[in-house]
Design a protein around this ligand. Structure first.
Ligand SMILES: [Zn+2]
Ligand SMILES: [Zn+2]
Length: 147
């Protein structure tokens, strides 16, 4: 699905003068193909058979590089480990309370909230964050099975 996005991302890497190592390429490709906002650990587990010499630290390091040039967003929710998102277009997240899965959804950007907050408080708003929490379909199904 994402061959074109991969080529675009590689173009961005080249423009930023970042070296494209096979591991970096693999991390990027995995993120582009995954809709699940994986943790560094999950990326590591998915790629370790392909790169037996790669460590979790290498994965982190590659993710940091990709984040610095704006190809990847790091998501921190609560105190669970960071998850990584390759979609840098505006979208919101809904998060499963049970398994921690994050799903994208699109909704018109809530710009009015920002201007209202500015008017009411006198702040200059830089950004806002909105998360919705609930139970995902899979966890709902599991819960019904148990009863
Ligand atoms: Zn769930
Ligand atoms: Zn997302």
């Amino acid at each position: 699905m994402s061959e074109q996005r991969l080529q675009e991302a590689i173009g961005t890497l080249k423009e930023s003068g970042v070296r494209i190592t096979p591991q970096r390429h693999a991390v990027l490709e995995f993120l582009l193909n995954s809709m699940t906002h994986p943790t560094a650990d999950e990326i590591y587990k998915a790629l370790e058979s392909k790169f037996p010499n790669m460590s979790v630290a290498t994965v982190y390091n590659n993710l940091r590089v990709l984040r610095e040039i704006g190809l990847v967003r790091e998501l921190t929710y609560g105190d669970s480990s960071s998850r990584f998102d390759c979609s840098t277009t505006e979208h919101y997240h809904i998060i499963c309370d049970v398994c921690g899965k994050i799903v994208d959804f699109h909704y018109p950007s809530l710009d009015e909230v920002e201007s209202l907050a500015e008017q009411v408080t006198g702040f200059d708003v830089s950004y806002h964050r909105l998360e919705i929490y609930g139970t995902c379909e899979k966890c709902k199904a599991l819960a019904t099975q148990k009863h």
